[in-house]
Design a protein around this ligand. Structure first.
Ligand code: ADP
Ligand code: MG
Length: 360
């Protein structure tokens, strides 16, 4: 087991004008499960492949277990990678697929057998050891791909969107299996996905990437509750955080023609972006004037889409909660997020005094 440290890591592809990954500083602690998340094209695979040794590092340094590996062959980095397309050998049985990497490393036959048997038991693959991949379901194939990584007992696992080919239900169960397995083995893991829910549920810490750069690093709930930028606010969480154009004027907050007295406004003047999570808004006697456009029934909750002062806004309510086509919305205490209109960065707000809830 081992920590992985990235220092100022960058990647510019040959002929490209701008780097695909830039200035990445990150330590993945020994045994930690880190998820790199961001939209398609933000550099997740590039970063992972540099750690794996499949892509040349054009700037900075990657260390695995305190050894600089920039020039070390992928096979000598003591890592195991799991891909989206499984990359199983179709002509080999499950057993042979799992044993292949160990055989190549001249591991003694008895040791190989013991490790494959143990991995098969852990991944509930024992009944399928003599089958070829084509005789397996997608979920079973993904477990074989996991098994092949597990038998190696590597210093770290690297995953590149390993669940993208599975249907939604299987994705949820495999997500749970991967997390349980990683906890049990305690293997340092770097996992890449564009799916924010997968990221939230798997990670010890999330790394949100945007345009090849780190936007925010933190525990999933830390990031959910204190997004560092409008990019993170709109990427993490579903429905996305509502972002409204607002203005701070004489210690009060103005949204269109509506003026609110909110406690703990940032020390800014002029235009700001107000961030509101859908679950932090409640029908009330006073507050934001909201007009309903349409409703989505999710069963456990109701998504109510509409407008405030001409700007789109969504709130969630329990299915039995009353609501009207036009209503006022109060903002939960301490639930208003503020961002710089131009940079999108979070604006610090003074700590809330411990006073009773005031309707916004
Ligand atoms: P992600 O995995 O987050 O979708 P990638 O790491 O695959 O993103 O790609 C990041 C950026 O680098 C993209 O703009 C992509 O077009 C570019 N890129 C990826 N691979 C190559 C390559 N082999 N040559 C040139 N550009 C590449
Ligand atoms: Mg990718």
């Amino acid at each position: 087991m081992a920590a992985i440290t990235l220092s100022n890591v960058s990647k510019t592809y040959p002929g490209a004008r701008a780097p695909s990954v830039a200035d990445i500083d990150l330590t993945i602690r020994d045994g930690e499960f880190i998820v790199l998340v961001g939209p398609s094209g933000c550099g997740k695979s590039t970063l992972l492949r540099m750690v794996a040794g499949l892509e040349e590092i054009t700037g900075g340094e990657v260390r695995i277990a305190n050894r600089v590996v920039n020039r070390v062959d992928p096979a000598d980095r003591d890592i195991a990678m799991v891909f989206q397309n499984y990359a199983l050998y179709p002509h080999m049985t499950v057993r042979e697929n799992m044993a292949y990497g160990l055989k190549n490393r001249k591991t003694p036959a008895a040791e190989i057998e013991a490790r494959v048997a143990e991995a098969a038991r852990m991944l509930e693959l024992a009944p399928y050891l003599d089958r070829k991949p084509r005789a397996l379901s997608g979920g079973q194939r993904q477990r074989v791909a996991m098994g092949r990584a597990v038998v190696r007992k590597p210093a770290a696992f690297l995953f590149d969107e390993p669940l993208s080919n599975l249907d939604a239900k299987l994705r949820v169960s495999m997500r749970g299996e991967i997390r349980r397995l990683q906890r049990r083995l305690g293997t340092t893991s770097l996992y890449v996905t564009h799916d924010q829910l997968e990221a939230m549920t798997l990670a010890d810490r999330l790394v949100v990437l945007n345009g090849g750069r780190i936007e925010q690093v933190g525990a999933p709930l830390e990031i959910y509750h204190r997004p560092a930028s409008t990019f993170v606010a709109s990427f993490i969480g579903s429905p996305a955080m509502n972002l409204l154009d607002a203005e701070i004027d004489g210690g009060r907050l103005r949204i269109g023609a509506t003026v609110l007295d909110l406690p703990a406004l940032p020390h800014a003047r002029g235009s700001v972006t107000l961030g509101l999570r859908a679950e932090d808004l409640h029908p009330a006697a006073q507050g934001l004037p909201f007009r309903v456009d349409f409703i989505e029934e999710l069963g456990a909750q109701r998504l109510i889409h509409g407008h405030v002062e001409g700007q789109p806004l969504t709130l969630t309510l329990p299915p039995q909660a009353p609501f009207a086509d036009e209503m006022r919305l109060a903002i939960g205490r301490g639930a208003a997020h503020f961002f710089d209109t131009f940079s999108g960065r979070r604006l610090p707000t003074p700590a809330l005094q411990d006073s009773p809830t005031v309707p916004a």
